[in-house]
Design a protein around this ligand. Sequence first.
Ligand code: 1HE
Length: 264
Amino acid sequence: MSDSESDKDIVLYDLDGEVAVITLNRPEKRNAVSDRVIKALAAAVDRAQDEAKAAVICGNGKHFCAGLDLAEHVKRSPIEGVHHSRSWHAVFDRIEAGKIPFFSALHGAVVGGGLELASATHVRVADATTFFALPEGTRGIFVGGGASVRVGRLCGVARMTDMMLTGRTVSAEQGEHWNLCQYVVGAGEAKAFAIDLARKAAQNAEMSNYSIIHALPRVGDMSRADGLFLESFVASMAASSPEAEERLNAFLNKSAARLSHPGK
Ligand code: 1HE
């Protein structure tokens, strides 16, 4: 920790209606993830799960996140390294498999641990300044915040291997083709866009949101037969909730909004 950091909030938390907005706030170090950042992020994520229906994670300054704080990492012993990696897994698991959906608003560098954090969120919105990278290979280290599981599943092992071996950077547009993000928006527009998406998701039935974020990744890891079996039970659970009845009736009595073409 630098002295100038000791008395400022390195992770900011705001509740905007039903949406929690969590902001990495260490711009002078490009939001590099130190041990203090991980602890503060964990507290913010827990608070969001308690009081919000959806959350957005974003970063202050020119970059979303420069990944692991390399200055802290230089001195770790092997066992300290394992505990450190597991402490990241614990927080990112809470994001990916908690009570509410998380959206990330990306800009500038989304690299190393920054991409690991983003890949733990459910929907990633990248602005035009975004670039993705996994420079671990060039730094003499390995991914430790879940990328081998999450990023490999998102973009495929071959692309991830290339990113790690060559240190290449990937633009927002390329990242969308590679499934590293689901939306690309204009420079500076990612946060507002992600908040808007989070507000929409917050309107869904809680059981639907919970089923989406928990069942889909699990089914992705299962055999087809097991996946289809689990799907039947989750579908039946969700459809038999009072909220589902209310919403289905709202459609039938024409009080619910209709879907329309995305161009309209
Ligand atoms: C940092 C870090 C950091 C910046 N740890 N201090 N991550 C990386 O390998 C990415 C390293 N960072 C960069 O490539 C660049 O900094 C950026 C492209 C993100 C931004 O560039 P720029 O020109 O805007 O900033 P800068 O001048 O490079 O950095 C500004 C300051 O932030 C500078 O400190 P200063 O005291 O000299 O002002 C940098 O040292 C500092 N800084 N990034 C520590 N990452 C659980 S395993 C996860 C493994 C990983 O994440 S590996 C990837 C690590």
